[in-house]
Design a protein around this ligand. Structure first.
Ligand SMILES: [Zn+2]
Length: 148
């Protein structure tokens, strides 16, 4: 029997998150026990597209561009459904951006961005890879390394 989860009135549904990473997405959205509105996390939902997936539903949350970019780093194929008055008013597929400005810390502890208060910048190596190069220390990292 399918698991029924209440619909949300206004907010965001993040679908097609790789199984096991739903909690990470909640962390990215800074949702913890102090968040007052309804939140649903469904884990290991069967998916024709990716085998198993996680789904996150958050009442009352609009995602800004930085949040969307951070989600793209862990769930590059996630889809966002924007819900208003219980209807999907917008659907978008997240995409790894060409440039990440101030989105994450540089994993290189020697990087100047970790020693001084400088906003980080990472640029995608080429359109096919999910590798990014730091604009300061020039080291390259996988997209998912940038969130550790
Ligand atoms: Zn760096």
């Amino acid at each position: 029997m399918p698991l029924v989860v209440e619909k949300i009135e206004n907010g965001t549904v993040i679908d097609h998150i790789p199984a096991g990473l739903g909690l990470k997405v909640l962390e990215i959205l800074k949702i913890d026990r102090t968040y007052g509105a309804r939140v649903a996390l469904m884990m290991n939902v069967p998916s024709k597209k990716i085998g198993k997936k996680d789904i996150v539903k958050v009442e009352g949350k609009q995602l800004d561009e930085k949040a969307v970019n951070r989600i793209a780093l862990v769930a590059p194929n996630a889809t966002l459904n924007i819900i208003r008055k219980a209807n999907v008013v917008e659907k978008k597929v997240v995409q790894l951006p060409k440039e990440l400005l101030g989105v994450s810390k540089c994993p290189n502890p020697q990087c100047i961005t970790n020693l001084e208060p400088i906003e980080t910048i990472f640029r995608m190596e080429n359109s096919k890879s999910s590798k990014y190069r730091c604009g300061f220390c020039e080291m390259a990292f996988e997209a998912n390394e940038l969130l550790l």
